[in-house]
Design a protein around this ligand. Structure first.
Ligand SMILES: Cc1ncc(COP(=O)(O)O)c(C=O)c1O
Length: 418
């Protein structure tokens, strides 16, 4: 993940260097501590981070693992999803969501997203579940695959939670497990109309998965992830799964995985966790500033939508435009980094050709994938940099520049941040 940018006045899509320089001393001390104790795998540094992250998420348990993908896979397995079961999710997400479902032995099936929040549409989920049948034993059966439907994975994309109340209500009605993919939503909040209070991402489903990939709101200096849950038995199962199926050394109750978190990463994450609330506030301020700058140009650039029940943490700031290629090219020439999260919905990916979905199956996700652009977004982004991003975008959308760049080849920033 490169963050250097050769053009003067260039604005990176993501700056990962500045926060690490700011925290250099704290982070270096973590390395020294690990070197001096040689406690590299598990141990107190991991346990202390797990406790602190659980507190941050408002859950009694957090289990640190080696990646967000493993977190989701272990959560799905530990929740009791069985081989051949259907797990319902969205096509507008990073492929890790469905990789985790498949790697747990289950089959992903999709429902479309809401066109304003880009998250799972509860109406589409209801429609999908309404088309399922019950078999003789009362199991809910997918009309698409004929397999039992046992779980739903809503994804809290871009740092905004999915509309969890109706999703949880449907899950209860149909007897489904809900596992949150909170990999992009550390600290995001949702006002539950049912519970009449704000809830943190990761605290509403049976379990939730977080990624600490470096570009995330809370990022490690390498790979890392965590599961959160309110359920102590589930937490124990996940601990066993991440450690070769053993609760006691060399006594293997099940076949598990090597999915533990390094102590150094846990220590680094713990040090950074104390800054996360401040960084999230800064991201929200940056988002509000972009919204203000784009307010007069909503016809040409549609800013993100944050419903009144959401406090998003803007892992990504994603706008929509009808000439994405032209806009990205224009910004690239101006030295401004952008990204697309994600250009091809999962049901149209080659990897999922065997699922036999077709173009047109999820029109909202398909249209979004063709029009979205992620703009520079990180806590240290400066107001003057945002002003320049907006100025370039507005000059492109309103003027002759647009004709000039139309047809130029797209060479966008393609760094993976999410
Ligand atoms: C929505 C989503 N799910 C799952 C993952 C997987 O996390 P990781 O890369 O840590 O395995 C990511 C992050 O990359 C993600 O953005």
């Amino acid at each position: 993940m490169s963050v250097s940018n050769p053009m003067p006045n260039s604005i990176p899509f993501l700056d990962l260097v500045t926060p690490h320089i700011e925290l250099e001393q704290e982070l270096t001390e973590v390395f020294q501590k690990a070197l001096r104790t040689a406690g590299f795998i598990g141990g107190p540094m991991v346990e202390e981070f797990e406790k602190a992250f659980a507190v941050f998420c408002g859950t009694p348990h957090s289990i640190a693992v080696s990646s967000g993908t493993d977190a989701l896979r272990f959560a799905i397995m530990a929740c009791g999803v069985e081989s051949g079961d259907v797990v319902v999710t969205v096509p507008h997400t990073f492929i890790a969501t469905t990789e985790a479902i498949s790697q747990a032995g289950a089959l992903p099936e999709f429902v479309d997203i809401d066109e304003r929040t880009y998250n799972m549409s509860a109406e589409k989920l209801e429609e999908f579940l309404g088309q399922c049948k019950r078999d003789k034993s009362g199991k809910l059966i997918s009309s698409r695959s004929g397999r039992p439907v046992t779980a739903v994975v809503p994804v809290h994309l871009y740092g905004q939670m999915a509309d969890m109340d109706p999703i949880l209500r449907l899950a209860e009605k149909y007897g489904l497990i809900v596992i949150e993919d909170a990999c992009q939503a550390h600290g995001a909040e949702y006002f539950s109309r049912k519970l009449n209070r704000w809830m943190k991402a990761g605290s509403m489903g049976r379990a939730a998965a977080f990624s600490f990939y470096p570009g995330k709101n809370l990022g490690a200096c390498g790979e890392a992830g965590a599961v959160t849950t309110n359920d102590a038995t589930l937490a124990e199962k996940i601990k066993v799964l991440r450690d070769h199926g053993q609760a006691k050394k060399y006594y293997h109750d099940v076949e598990g995985y090597n999915g533990r978190l390094d102590a150094i990463q846990a220590g680094l994450l713990h040090a950074k966790l104390s800054h996360l609330a401040k960084w999230n506030t800064q991201r929200r301020e940056r988002a509000a500033e972009y919204n203000r700058l784009f307010a007069a140009a909503e016809e040409a650039v549609l800013p993100p939508f944050e419903p009144s029940w959401s406090r998003a943490v803007y892992h990504l700031y994603v706008v929509r435009t009808d000439d994405r290629e032209g806009m990205m090219n224009h910004l690239k020439r101006a030295g401004i980094g952008t990204g697309i999260h994600y250009p091809i919905p999962l049901h149209l990916q080659k990897a999922y050709a065997a699922l036999n979905y077709h173009r047109g199956d999820f029109p909202v996700a398909e249209k979004a994938a063709a029009e979205i652009v992620s703009l520079p977004m990180f806590p240290q982004l400066k107001a003057e940099q945002q002003a320049r991003v907006a100025e370039e975008i507005l000059s492109f959308t309103s003027g002759p520049v647009r004709q000039h760049v139309q047809g130029a080849s797209l060479a966008a920033t393609t760094e993976r941040t999410a």
